[in-house]
Design a protein around this ligand. Structure first.
Ligand code: BGC
Length: 455
């Protein structure tokens, strides 16, 4: 077994034990994570597998006028290379892996389920177990099968029941191998991006009725899907939410930007999550608001006018470099669902500078420890992304990966951050930072002025 700090039974993964709050306080003082804490990396199916020709996104990538920079094509060819990738992740020292199953492969036509594709995903789960890696499995990460897209996609009347049936069939086939199950990835944004802003399929703009149906359907789909998975698998099940840290300054009040609407939708998902086994927290940055409006670069997901050049203060996404957002996101989830364990299922940075990535992760993990010291039950830190992968839209090709991928040869090139995070996983200690904690102000404002944390 690659990492003895997780417990792997002969069948299912056994949920790990946590110490008391007092123990956690002590470990936090010494910047040590408790035994059993999950350290890992994350990917989604459509962004890495390649050849997902039967999804709505494949259609969207191939029509003119969308904000897609390039089609997903072969992506990282993860569909064929998962064994090597899981072995690689385990070799770094990481003990969990979040990945997705693709509905369009499992149910290629309405009501027709593919045993071969389910067997494929079972082999992926088996590979995780062979390497002592806890699999965190996502059932829905933005894409739907083409046949469902043609019925209206997530806005279709039948969506919740169809999602429930897909979850049931997948959980029947895979349930005993799943470590943790995530029903829907970031559902709070799907209505606005696909039905109001037109930046995701089906590309509607200002379709308020459609957006409302999407939100209602996703809430119902999570309820039904989680129950279907739980009853067939027993794996802890929850939803994963995008929680940018929204900060109101100088008396500013929440407004009606799409980010703020999504934040209200998150409150409805939090209500459901109070009955769940965990809630998944995902964040990348903060957005500041003053009485005069946004004070941050990129005040809306649809804002494609922001500068997509990385600087000391920003990332390749054009958003503020602000790893401390993770603390705000965890505390919000805790306030909204007291007592529900928190998994950090995505935390990451798009950067051309791997030392900056290490600083980002180190600072974000210190936020996790600070939250645990306050008594919040946080059980994982999962970095987005394991691989440089296909990015959904918005015209840029960010490098989020712990591992660079050559898109011609599919060769994997691990970055130092991969080994560094693996080292934290193996030791349980965040490393002290050598040199400065933040960017040095340097000529040109590039992203180069980062000190290297010592291991
Ligand atoms: C999504 C990923 C995406 C990442 C960076 C997250 O919100 O879950 O699929 O690649 O953001 O944009």
């Amino acid at each position: 077994m690659a990492n003895e700090r997780i417990l792997v039974g002969t069948g299912n993964l056994v949920n790990f034990r946590l110490g008391t709050v007092d123990t956690l306080r002590r470990v936090s003082d010494t910047l040590r994570f408790p035994d059993g804490f999950l350290f890992g990396a994350s990917i989604s199916a459509h962004q890495t597998e390649g050849g997902n020709t039967n999804t709505d996104w494949w259609w969207w990538e191939h029509i003119a006028g969308t904000p897609c920079r390039e089609p997903s094509g072969d992506a990282c060819d993860f569909y064929h290379r998962y064994r090597e990738d899981i072995a690689m992740l385990s070799g770094f020292g990481l003990n969990c892996f979040r990945f997705g199953i693709e509905w369009a492969r499992i149910e290629p036509a309405e009501g027709e389920f593919s045993r071969a594709q389910l067997a494929h995903y079972r082999q992926m789960l088996d590979a995780c177990h062979e390497h002592g890696v806890a699999p965190i499995l996502t059932f829905h990460h933005f894409t739907v099968p083409r046949w469902l897209h043609e019925q209206g996609g997530i806005a279709a009347d039948g969506f919740p029941a169809l999602f429930e049936r897909y979850c049931a069939r997948a959980a029947e086939a895979l349930g005993d191998r799943i470590g943790y199950a995530c029903t829907l990835n970031e559902p709070q944004g799907l209505g606005s991006s696909g039905w109001l802003l037109g930046i995701n399929p089906p590309g509607h703009t200002d379709d308020r009725d459609g957006a409302q149906r999407v939100v209602d359907n996703l809430l119902e789909a999570h309820r039904l899907g989680a129950a279907a998975i739980r009853s067939r698998s027993g794996a802890p099940t929850g939803v994963t939410l995008a929680l940018p840290d929204l900060q109101y300054e100088d008396g500013a009040k929440p407004g009606t930007s799409s980010l703020e609407l999504e934040s209200q939708i998150n409150d409805w998902f939090f209500q459901l999550a109070r009955q769940d086994d965990f809630v998944g927290v995902q964040t990348y940055t903060r957005f500041r608001y003053g009485p005069e409006g946004s004070r941050s670069p990129g005040s809306d997901w649809s804002d494609t006018t922001r500068e997509l050049v990385e600087t000391d203060q920003t990332t390749q996404m054009g958003y503020e470099y602000y790893p401390q957002a993770l603390g705000g996101a965890i505390r919000r989830a805790h306030r909204s669902c007291p007592g529900v364990p928190i998994l950090v299922t995505e935390s990451g940075i798009a950067t051309g500078n791997d030392e900056k990535r290490i600083h980002y992760i180190d600072t974000a993990m210190r936020e996790v420890l600070a939250c645990m010291a306050e008594g919040i039950d946080v059980r994982s830190y999962v970095y987005w992304s394991l691989l440089d992968n296909f990015e959904w839209a918005l015209g840029y090709a960010p490098t989020f990966g712990l591992v660079a991928v050559d898109r011609e040869t599919f060769a994997r090139h691990p970055r130092p951050s991969a080994w560094w995070l693996g080292q934290v996983s193996k030791s349980g200690f965040t490393s002290p930072l050598a040199g400065e904690v933040g960017p040095r102000s340097g000529p040109g404002g590039d992203a180069g002025g980062w000190g290297r944390p010592a291991i």
